[in-house]
Write a protein that binds this ligand. Structure first.
Ligand code: UD1
Length: 417
């Protein structure tokens, strides 16, 4: 078993380089199923979730070669249509293979993902959209089977702007006959990056990044080269790390345009942020003040930054309200933060946080990916030593985080027992 040991109280300072986006890499890698030709995807972070998707691509018949952060995906003689339980249960994003396989082969059998710690996370919107595109959907023994000898374009309205459903349907629609319009589509930067990649492959997608995406189906997609965008959640996490430790950090290689909501809220809370080309400098003194947030789809405040924000608010002056509207059960970190001294009360989908002067180190358990980042931030700002268990969650989504934090002065190490 591994744990992370942090001795808190050190102000972070220095420069950190942001990695490629996990949530953009995953759909882009699966989109290579839409072609037989070689694709080269650059700036892919070394993460457990990326390993899982590459393992799935191999099972489906792709050949993978990796040179540091560049991944070449080529074809073998076969393309399989089944995404097995063993891989889908490891990572929900595995269901993203449904769209490209359906578009390419006209059939796909994928294990249903089931829930996860932060919520039930159904896939009804994905399936409703596939039905509209002409697929027959059947469920049996925990698997969903989709059949459509030839997909056709359709008007699809998503009841909620789901990121995964938008990506899955956009990928399937690239190979449908005719025009597809996805209304109330998600507009996250990762969707824009996927559309950019697909268009380089020869797809005809317009409107990605807005709430209406139009896709004109094509007969064939070809190989291409693409560099993945920087990870906005990693960027936001380092911004909060700088603020919560009263530090002064320069963040390189990020795209500040993707973080408008987070930067606005950080400034409101009293952090100082300056932008210089692609560098973001974040510093703060001791005067952080309570600032409410509500998580909503992009361009609003991201749910993937909610847990980190809660740490900042735990140490800000006054009482703030954090409302989670995207996932129904994303407050699992509250209990762990309370063990470190935070004063938080959960009422329905809101958490009321009363700021205190100091957190204190304690043994804590990470329950999901962003919760583990929040515990790291709490530990960095706390008095004394914190042991964080459940490190596997962190390895799913933060490349090299210990080394990056150490370079900023943090006292952090991983211990294997
Ligand atoms: C993606 C991100 C995740 C982020 C989330 C919301 C990846 C790999 N993951 O997850 O980090 O937290 O967006 O920004 O990109 N829903 C339904 N039915 C569906 C699909 C979704 O009810 O068919 C609900 C979910 O249960 C959830 C909400 O919609 O409550 C948002 O989910 P969605 O946007 O689909 O998130 P993911 O794509 O799973």
């Amino acid at each position: 078993m591994e744990k992370i040991l942090i001795t808190g109280g050190k102000k972070l300072s220095g420069t950190v380089k942001i990695s490629g986006s996990k949530n953009a890499s995953l759909p882009i890698l699966v989109a290579t199923l839409l072609t037989d030709e070689d694709c080269l995807v650059k700036n892919v972070p070394h993460l457990q979730d990326v390993e899982t998707i590459l393992a799935l691509l191999k099972i489906l018949g792709k050949r993978i070669s990796r040179h540091n952060k560049n991944i070449k995906i080529s074809s073998t003689y076969r393309l399989d249509s089944e995404a097995p339980y063993e891989l889908v249960k490891k990572m929900r994003a595995s269901i993203l293979v449904m769209g490209p396989l359906l578009g390419r082969l006209g059939r796909v059998r994928a294990s249903l993902p089931g829930g996860c710690a932060i919520g039930a996370r159904p896939i009804n919107l994905h399936l409703q959209g596939f039905r509209k595109l002409g697929a027959k959907v059947s469920l049996e023994r925990g698997y969903v089977q989709l059949d459509a000898p030839r997909l056709h374009g359709a008007n699809i309205y998503l009841d909620f702007p789901s990121v995964g459903a938008t990506e899955n349907l956009m990928m399937a629609a690239t190979r449908a006959k005719g025009k597809t319009v996805i209304e109330n589509a998600a507009s996250e930067p990762e969707i824009q990056d996927l559309a950019h990649f697909l268009n380089k492959m020869g797809a005809k997608i317009k409107g990605a990044g807005t709430n209406i995406i139009k896709v004109e189906g094509v007969n064939v997609l070809s190989g291409t080269i693409h560099e993945v965008i920087p990870d906005r959640i990693e960027t936001g996490t380092f911004m909060v790390a700088a603020a919560v430790t009263g530090g002064d950090v320069v963040i390189r290689g990020a795209n500040p345009e993707h973080l408008e909501a987070v930067m606005t809220k950080l400034r409101e809370a009293g952090a100082k942020i300056t932008l210089n080309n692609k560098e973001i400098r974040v510093s703060s003194g001791k005067n952080l003040k309570a600032t409410d947030i509500e998580t909503v789809p992009y361009p609003g405040f991201p749910t993937d930054m909610q847990a980190q924000w809660m740490v900042l608010m735990s140490l800000s002056k006054g009482t703030s309200i954090i409302t989670e509207t995207v996932f129904e059960n994303r407050f699992l970190h509250v209990g762990e933060l309370q063990r470190m001294g935070s004063n938080i009360q959960v009422k329905g989908n809101s958490a009321i946080v009363k700021g205190i002067l100091k957190l204190s180190g304690a043994p804590v358990m990470a329950t999901d990916l962003r919760a583990s980042a929040a515990l790291i931030l709490a530990a960095l700002s706390a008095e004394g030593k914190t042991e964080i268990f459940g490190v596997n969650h962190l390895d799913r989504g933060y490349e090299d985080i210990e080394r990056k934090l150490r370079r900023l002065g943090a006292r952090i190490k991983r211990i294997k027992e």
